[in-house]
Design a protein around this ligand. Structure first.
Ligand code: HEM
Length: 150
């Protein structure tokens, strides 16, 4: 097995272990029907996010490493497009995702009682919108990685 092939192997494992949990983060939060379940759902989301961060970092490192080993990749449209989309998705983390999840975390901490306040649904709508957008970018990247169309 060449070193390049080892990088491909790590890359694919990272894609499955990192992106897979990321795709279920939104549906998990949507399943909660009271405050106890909602708090638990967000605790699970936090755990899943650790997989996304580790897998996502490994994806980027191995992806760029492969590009340096096989420099023809740097001229491939699918490679550059994926890298740009990935960096946009990455930048969404500390910006729009943090700003839209902060008020939800505060609400989960402060709210007393079992009913989910209507304010939560307004806040989560915004957060889930960004999450769907980012997940769509990841789906496009996966399609580009497999088909390498241009
Ligand atoms: C959401 C993020 C990503 C996912 C889910 C992902 C997934 C995959 C998968 C499944 C493959 C194997 C495809 C195949 O050969 O049939 C692959 C290949 C590859 N990926 Fe990614 N990838 C991601 C991000 C990146 C990024 C950001 C880069 C570049 C910086 C990159 C560079 C590569 C390269 C160069 C290959 C080709 C390996 C080869 O066949 O020689 N990937 N990726």
């Amino acid at each position: 097995m060449t070193f390049y092939e080892i990088l491909v192997l790590i890359h694919i494992f990272s894609a499955i272990l990192g992106m897979g949990p990321g795709f279920v983060m939104t549906p998990i939060a949507k399943k909660a029907s009271n405050m106890t379940e909602l708090k638990h759902a967000y605790a699970i989301r936090n755990k899943l996010h650790q997989f996304v961060m580790i897998g996502g970092t490994l994806l980027l490192i191995t992806g760029i490493w492969m590009g340096f080993l096989n420099t023809y990749l740097l001229q491939q449209g699918w490679y550059i497009t994926s890298l740009i989309l990935y960096l946009i998705a990455l930048a969404a983390g500390p910006t729009v995702l943090v700003s839209s999840s902060k008020p939800i975390k505060a609400l989960l901490k402060q709210h007393k009682g079992e009913d989910i306040p209507s304010e939560y649904f307004t806040l989560s709508k915004k957060l889930f919108f960004y999450e769907y957008l980012i997940n769509t970018m990841f789906l496009i990247i996966i399609a580009l990685m497999i088909t390498k169309p241009f």
